[in-house]
Design a protein around this ligand. Structure first.
Ligand code: SAM
Ligand code: DTB
Ligand code: SF4
Length: 326
């Protein structure tokens, strides 16, 4: 079967669209803000309880010294970001953190590693972490970089539920941001992850110097996949001193909120995560993101290495908005 035929078949099967044109998505981006919010709410309410938010917790199982040159990332060995490197954590330490996260209300535990992809013995240690976290009754997620078919299958067998692998930006803007791998490398990993039967978590970053068309092309790439990613993290760039994007202009808040709304409309059944960058956002901005259809967040003091919105503040905001964790 050709790739196109597969897309058409899946589109027919899941009742969702997988044939968005760039122009159609740009039209959504350009809607008057109130109209865009209204469309997003309509779609959101057709598929979800609008007052429930899925909550995930992140842990960095291996920090820094990454061989990749992603120009946003504090963990790339190419830039002097002052980040303290750490070896691969011990399995027990990771499982203990997951136990704590569960007690604090997280339903999914996401393990991230500063790897181009997993290799050798480290991969088997990471597999043991997944088995340990799964045994606690939590949903498991991993983000270990590029995978081959065998590795994706091994993760599935270990009980992994989700694999996070972001496309980050548009195909056209990709090489401006990362030169050590291609956009196609990312898509290939997403294919093996999907084929292994893992849930896909894939999204991107707003604030990498991209245009509105780049944002539309990023969303289009995600929405036209054979299956929509189950989770779509939308990150706001956290500018990191020492990286090439340290002084990138902060995107307009409404452009960020629009990106969430367009993700919601084009991927109606996916969890759209208001991801990195919440620490610098006002309560009002976050509430507009929820209104735009975001229904997932990361909780906890830290993301992988950067600060996250403080747990106390989250509790207070959820209270004010009447939001409940799933
Ligand atoms: N090394 C693996 C990879 O690249 O897939 C997994 C970890 S990597 C840190 C996961 C994601 O974090 C990246 O794809 C990117 O979207 C996001 N990220 C990294 N640095 C960020 C920053 N400064 N601001 C916002 N998001 C960031
Ligand atoms: C995602 O889209 N964002 C998360 C998670 N997936 C792995 C990571 C954000 C990282 C922010 C920078 C840091 O903490 O180092
Ligand atoms: Fe490495 Fe991932 Fe950071 Fe890129 S985003 S430098 S692959 S840890």
């Amino acid at each position: 079967m050709t790739a196109q035929a597969a897309v058409e078949m899946t589109a027919k099967d899941d009742g969702l669209r997988h044939d968005w044109s760039t122009e159609e998505i740009e039209v959504l981006f350009a809607l008057p803000f109130n109209d865009l919010m209204f469309e997003a709410q309509k779609v959101h309410r057709a598929h979800f309880d609008a007052n429930r938010v899925q909550v995930s917790r992140l842990i960095s199982i291996k920090t820094g010294a990454c061989p990749e040159d992603c120009s946003y990332c504090p963990q790339s060995a190419h830039y002097a970001t002052g980040l303290e490197k750490e070896k691969l954590l011990a399995v027990e330490e990771v499982v203990e953190s997951a136990r704590q996260a569960k007690e604090e209300g997280a339903s999914r535990f996401c393990m991230g590693a500063a790897w181009r992809g997993p290799k050798g013995d480290d991969f088997e240690v990471a597999v043991a972490m997944i088995e340990g976290v799964k045994a606690l009754g939590m949903e498991t997620c991993a983000t270990f970089g590029l995978l081959d078919k065998w590795q994706a299958q091994r993760l599935k067998e270990a009980g992994l539920d989700y694999y996070n692998h972001n496309i980050d930006t548009s195909p056209e803007h990709y090489s401006e941001v990362i030169t050590t791998r291609t956009f196609q490398d990312r898509l290939d990993t997403l294919d093996v992850v999907r084929d292994a039967g893992l849930h896909v978590c894939s999204g991107g970053i707003v604030g990498l110097g991209e245009t509105r068309t780049d944002r539309a092309r990023m969303i289009q790439t995600l929405a036209n996949m054979p299956r929509h990613p189950d989770s779509v993290p939308i990150n706001l760039l956290i500018p990191i001193q020492g990286t090439p994007l340290a002084d990138a202009a902060r995107p307009d808040s409404f452009d960020f909120i629009r990106t969430i709304a367009v993700a919601r409309i084009t991927m109606p059944k996916s969890f759209v995560r208001l991801s990195a960058g919440r620490e610098g956002m006002s309560e009002e901005m976050q509430s507009l993101c929820f209104l735009a259809g975001a229904n997932s967040v990361f909780c906890g003091q830290k993301l992988l290495t950067a600060k996250n919105a403080a747990p106390g503040q989250d509790k207070s905001l959820f209270g004010k908005l009447g939001l409940k964790p799933m």
